[in-house]
Design a protein around this ligand. Structure first.
Ligand code: ADP
Length: 500
C-alpha cells in the first residue's frame, strides 16, 4: 500500500435533512471519497414533517461503509469520526431496546405552533430568550419533545422510570454507533433545544419545568472536540473513536475557519444560514436574530449571531420545477446575466413565510414590478436577487446588533455559490466582499477538523485557518446610490407581503 493510503484518515458523517452523507478526508484534510443516500420524508399532516430515525441510522451506516470502501482504505486507516447533523430534530427512544417511541420530528415541523403562541401569551419569551438566545418558535426541539412525551401512550411513565432517552440526531447516531454505551451531545446541538442555558452551559431546571421535560432523559453535553464514544467494532470493522461533533451550521462555520469575532459565513443550500462569530461574550439580539453557541474548543466558548432564511437555493428550484423556466439550476446564471438590468422586478420568496429578521409565518410570496417587457430572464434574475436581498437584511440586523458594519469578508458555501453572477450580485447588494473557498463542502470539513482536533491529529484550530484556501473573491462594484435605491425597492416589495 502507498503511504498516503495507510496514513490516518478521518470519516465525516454529515446527516442532513434530505440525505445522509459520509466523506473520507486524508491526512491533509482533502476529501478523497464519499457516499450519499436519500431517505424518506414523511408528511403526516399540513406543516408536519417526520423522519424514520431507524432509516436515518441505516443510511448513515451504509454510507459510512461505502465511503470507506470508495476511499480504498480499511477501517484500520480511519483514525477518528466526526459527526455533523440537521439540527433541532427530535428522537426519543427506549433505553433498553434502542427503539424510537415515535418518528423523529423534524426541525421544519410546525405542529407545536399553538403551544409556542400560548407560552408567548403567558409572557415566557423573555425568560426563554435570555437563557437560550432563541425565540419561542416550533423550529426548536423543546416543544417537539414535550409533544412526544404528551402524546405517546405510556411515555411519561416510562420517562419517570428512567427508561427513555432523548436526543437530537447527533445523540441518536452516537447511541447507535456505540451500541448504547454513550448518551451524549455537544454544546452547539444542545443550544438549539430550548432547554439549554447558553451562559451556564448546562441544562436548565426552569426551562425543563416550563416544558415539563424530565431531566433524566437528557444527554451529557460536551465541547465540540472531545471523546464522544467508540464505535462498536462489528459495525465498521474496528472500534473507532468519535471525537468531533457540531450542528451543521456551526460545523460550516468551523470549516470556514470563522474563529475571530466579526468573521461570518453564509451557507446557500435549500435555505440560507448566516452565522457571525461574536467572540467569548454572548451578544443578545435586538433585531430578532438568534444568539447561539458557535463552538467550544479547548474549553473556550465562542458565541454567534445567526440569521436563517427559509428559501435560498429552493427559490431557484421553484423557478426550475414550479415555473419550469429553466432545466437546471445552473442555467439561471446565464439568464440573469442577460436580463434587463433596469427591469424593476422583485421576487419576495415568502413561500413558507419569512424567517429572520421578519419571522412572519403567514406572509406569502409575490413577484412585483412586472411590465410588458418583463420576461423569463427578469424573473430568474429577481429570484437570484431575492437571495441576495435577504442576505442584506441579515447583514443589516447583524450590524445593528453589533453596533457596527463588519468589515470581514462574507465567506460563502453551499450549492448555490457555484453561481458566479449570484456571488457578484451578493457583493454588490450587500456592499461586502464575498469570499468563496476552494472546498465548498464546509459542513463535513468542519466535522472532520473537529474530529482531528479531538483525536489530537492536529494541534489546534489554527490549522484550519492555515489550510483554508480561497477559490475566488467578489468585490462590490455597484455605486452607493444604485445600491440604496435597489434596497429601497426591496424593502417596499417586502412590506407588501408582511402580515404583521
Ligand atoms: P442542500 O444541502 O440544502 O440540499 P446544496 O448545498 O446541495 O443544498 O445546494 C443545492 C441548492 O442550490 C438547490 O436548491 C439549487 O437550486 C441551488 N443551486 C445549485 N446550483 C446552482 C446554481 N448554479 N445557481 C443557482 N442555484 C443553484
Amino acid at each position: 500500500m502507498s503511504q498516503s493510503s495507510t496514513a490516518p484518515h478521518i470519516l465525516a458523517i454529515d446527516q442532513g435533512t434530505t440525505s445522509s452523507r459520509a466523506i473520507v478526508f486524508d491526512g491533509q484534510m482533502r476529501p478523497t471519497a464519499s457516499a450519499q443516500q436519500e431517505f424518506t420524508q414523511i408528511f403526516p399532516a399540513d406543516g408536519w414533517v417526520e423522519h424514520d430515525a431507524m432509516e436515518i441510522w441505516r443510511s448513515v451506516l451504509t454510507t459510512a461503509k461505502q465511503a470507506i470502501q470508495n476511499a480504498r482504505i480499511g477501517a484500520d486507516n480511519i483514525a477518528a469520526i466526526g459527526i455533523t447533523n440537521q439540527r433541532e430534530t427530535v428522537v426519543v427512544w427506549d433505553r433498553d431496546t434502542g427503539a424510537p417511541i415515535h418518528n423523529a420530528i423534524v426541525w421544519q415541523d410546525r405542529r407545536t405552533a399553538a403551544l409556542c403562541d400560548q407560552l408567548k401569551a403567558d409572557g415566557k419569551e423573555g425568560m426563554v430568550q435570555a437563557k437560550t438566545g432563541l425565540l419561542l418558535d416550533p423550529y426548536f426541539s423543546g416543544t417537539k419533545l414535550k409533544y412526544i412525551l404528551d402524546t405517546v401512550e405510556g411515555a411519561r411513565a416510562k420517562a419517570a422510570a428512567g427508561k427513555l432517552a432523548f436526543g437530537t440526531i447527533d445523540t441518536w447516531l452516537v447511541w447507535q454507533l456505540t451500541g448504547g454505551a454513550s448518551h451524549v451531545t455537544d454544546v452547539t446541538n444542545a443550544s438549539r433545544t430550548l432547554l439549554f442555558n447558553i451562559d451556564t452551559l448546562s441544562w436548565d431546571d426552569e426551562l425543563c419545568a416550563l416544558l415539563d421535560i424530565p431531566m433524566n432523559i437528557l444527554p451529557d453535553v460536551k465541547g465540540n472536540a472531545a471523546t464522544f464514544g467508540t464505535t462498536e467494532a462489528k459495525l465498521l470493522g474496528r472500534a473507532i473513536p468519535i471525537t468531533g461533533m457540531a450542528g451543521d451550521q456551526q460545523a460550516a462555520g468551523i470549516g470556514q475557519a470563522c474563529f475571530e469575532p466579526g468573521m461570518l459565513k453564509s451557507t446557500y443550500g435549500t435555505g440560507c444560514f448566516a452565522l457571525m462569530n461574536v467572540g467569548e461574550t454572548r451578544a443578545p439580539s435586538h433585531n430578532r436574530l438568534l444568539s447561539t453557541i458557535a463552538y467550544q474548543i479547548d474549553g473556550v466558548t465562542h458565541y454567534a449571531l445567526e440569521g436563517s432564511i427559509f428559501m435560498a437555493g429552493a427559490t431557484i428550484q421553484w423557478v426550475r420545477d414550479g415555473l419550469k423556466l429553466i432545466e437546471d439550476a445552473a442555467d439561471s446564471e446565464a439568464l440573469a446575466r442577460d436580463a434587463n438590468p433596469d427591469s424593476g422586478v422583485y421576487m419576495v420568496p415568502a413561500f413558507v413565510g419569512l424567517g429572520a429578521p421578519y419571522w412572519d409565518a403567514d406572509a406569502r410570496g409575490a413577484i412585483l414590478g412586472l411590465t410588458r417587457d418583463s420576461g423569463i430572464k427578469e424573473i430568474v434574475r429577481a429570484a437570484i436577487e431575492s437571495v441576495c436581498y435577504q442576505t442584506c437584511d441579515l447583514m443589516t440586523a447583524m450590524a445593528a446588533d453589533r453596533g457596527s458594519q463588519g468589515s470581514a469578508p462574507l465567506r460563502v458555501d453551499g450549492g448555490m455559490v457555484a453561481n458566479d453572477w449570484a456571488m457578484q450580485r451578493l457583493a454588490d447588494l450587500t456592499g461586502q466582499v464575498v469570499e468563496r473557498p476552494k472546498i465548498i463542502e464546509t459542513t463535513a470539513l468542519g466535522a472532520a477538523y473537529l474530529a482531528a482536533l479531538g483525536a489530537e491529529l492536529i494541534e489546534s484550530k489554527d490549522q484550519v485557518s492555515r489550510d483554508w484556501a480561497r477559490d475566488r473573491l467578489f468585490e462590490p462594484q455597484m455605486g452607493a446610490d444604485e445600491r440604496a435605491s435597489r434596497l429601497t425597492g426591496w424593502a417596499d416589495a417586502v412590506s407588501r407581503v408582511l402580515t404583521t
